[in-house]
Design a protein around this ligand. Structure first.
Ligand code: FAD
Length: 402
């Protein structure tokens, strides 16, 4: 493949979580010049646990990160279901929630950032404000920084993607709510649990606590069934009031967990949702990961999709010699079936999410049908790693100790 003077070289990536840094890694390796802009002040630490399945492990291995990631595995064992009096009445097999490998999302993000920061320009505490594309590139204005021009722009900015809104229109057109709201926060492992969790379920609601960071910490979550809740996405106290009202009369550890939530150092609250789009690109702008095809937390595949999507998008850009039209079409062709299957898993998982007091028999059946045991078609990972005509650039191999 011969490069032309118009072949894309500079790529602005919005979002430095999973998809963004993974794409930056592969673009550098294929000789492109990526810049990553992230709204947060720094990469986000901690967070909830995410798992990897199937070919995502191959991508991590090709990045030379698999063993480092394995060292951070939460090593979660089976968890117990408890009733309102704290009595354990069933066991939830780890296979249902922990995948092939499970790590804290913040640990993954930090590792991807550390693997790229020496070779990639990162801009924190800023966001794209406007995007204007023409035949030769994209003019980008930022909320804080000076305007710049890039050959391509990639939206890896998650479920509420600004890149998607600016390019395709308001998120109501694309975000499909799954009927579940989830709150997650960090707390001390005050129950003294060891590589396990406790889950409480009642009609239309559920709560759980799981250990984190070698049992030195814990993460707790509240889940509510609701079609649509009116709340301000920036009003933490208002979101916590919604949870506190819904769980006000519940037993077990719920009163303590509500207190812990009010004082937690971090707090995440959002609808479980999917993103459904007919196409992921428009001209020189393309979406990656949750921004373009979120499958929802109940699919257990969002992280895998973000990593594999990054690998394929960068690979197709390299294989096409920087011809974005050819590359974006190939990326979508390779990914579409894989994403469709995961979105189906996400919807099925959401439908059975609120099962008050499930019996052991049902849980064992679910384990047999869990995403890990559910056959989805394998995705082909072409070997794009061979140096393309763009030339391959070094990517920092040494990663500082976690
Ligand atoms: C509660 C919960 C549990 C989950 N559990 C699992 C699991 O077990 N397994 C699994 O595979 N997946 C799980 N997921 C899904 C997984 O977290 C996502 O699929 C994955 O993080 C997608 O990565 P991403 O990089 O595409 O998007 P995100 O991780 O959402 O990252 C988007 C990034 O963009 C940044 N950003 C947003 N707006 C802007 C802007 N305007 N400008 C610049 N930056 C911006 C954000 O700060 C963030 O850093 C879970 C998700 C949730 C919510």
């Amino acid at each position: 493949m011969t490069t032309t003077p118009t072949a894309a070289r500079t790529v602005l990536i919005s979002g430095a979580s999973v998809a963004g840094p993974a794409l930056a890694y592969w673009l550098r390796r294929h000789g492109f010049t990526p810049t990553v802009v992230e709204r947060a002040e720094a990469v986000r630490e901690g967070g909830y646990a995410v798992d990897f399945r199937g070919e995502a492990l191959d991508v991590l291995e090709r990045m030379g990160l698999l063993e480092r990631i394995r060292a951070l595995d939460t090593a979660m064992g089976d968890a117990a279901l408890v009733d309102a009096d704290g009595r354990q009445y069933a066991t939830l097999p780890a296979v249902i929630f922990a995948g092939d490998l499970e790590v804290l999302k913040g640990d993954l993000t930090r590792m991807l950032y550390e693997a790229t920061r020496d070779d990639v320009e990162y801009i924190f505490a800023d966001s794209i404000a406007s995007l204007t594309q023409d035949e030769h590139g994209v003019e980008v204005t930022f909320e804080r920084g000076a305007p710049r021009r890039f050959d391509l722009v990639v939206g890896a900015d998650g479920l509420h993607s600004r890149t998607r809104a600016l390019t395709f229109g308001p998120e109501e057109q694309f975000v499909r709510h799954l009927g579940i709201y989830t709150a997650i926060f960090s707390l001390d492992n005050y129950l003294g649990l060891k590589n396990t969790g406790r889950l409480y379920a009642a009609p239309g609601k559920a709560a759980n606590i799981f250990t984190a960071r070698s049992n030195t910490e814990a993460r707790a979550a509240f889940h509510l069934a609701a079609e649509h809740l009116e709340y301000d996405r920036h009003d933490r106290a208002g979101q916590q009031r919604i949870i506190a009202e819904r769980f006000a009369a519940d037993g077990w550890e719920i009163p303590r967990l509500l207190d812990e939530m009010a004082q937690a150092p971090d707090f995440f609250f959002d609808a479980n949702a999917q993103v459904e789009m007919d196409t992921w690109s428009r001209g020189r702008i393309v979406l990656l990961g949750d921004a373009g095809y979120c499958a929802g937390p109940t699919s257990g595949r969002g992280t895998s999709q973000a990593l594999i999507g990054a690998y394929i998008l960068a690979g197709e850009l390299a294989a096409s010699g920087g011809d974005h039209t050819t590359a974006f079409a190939a990326y979508e062709r390779e990914m579409r079936g894989y994403v469709t299957e995961h979105q189906r898993l996400g919807r099925e998982g959401a439908e059975r999410f609120f099962m008050p007091a499930p019996t052991q028999e049902i849980l064992d059946m679910l384990a047999a049908q869990s995403p890990e045991n559910t056959r989805t078609s394998p995705i082909r990972l072409r070997d794009y790693a061979a140096p393309s005509s763009l030339g391959s650039a070094p990517v920092t191999a040494a990663i500082s100790a976690a």
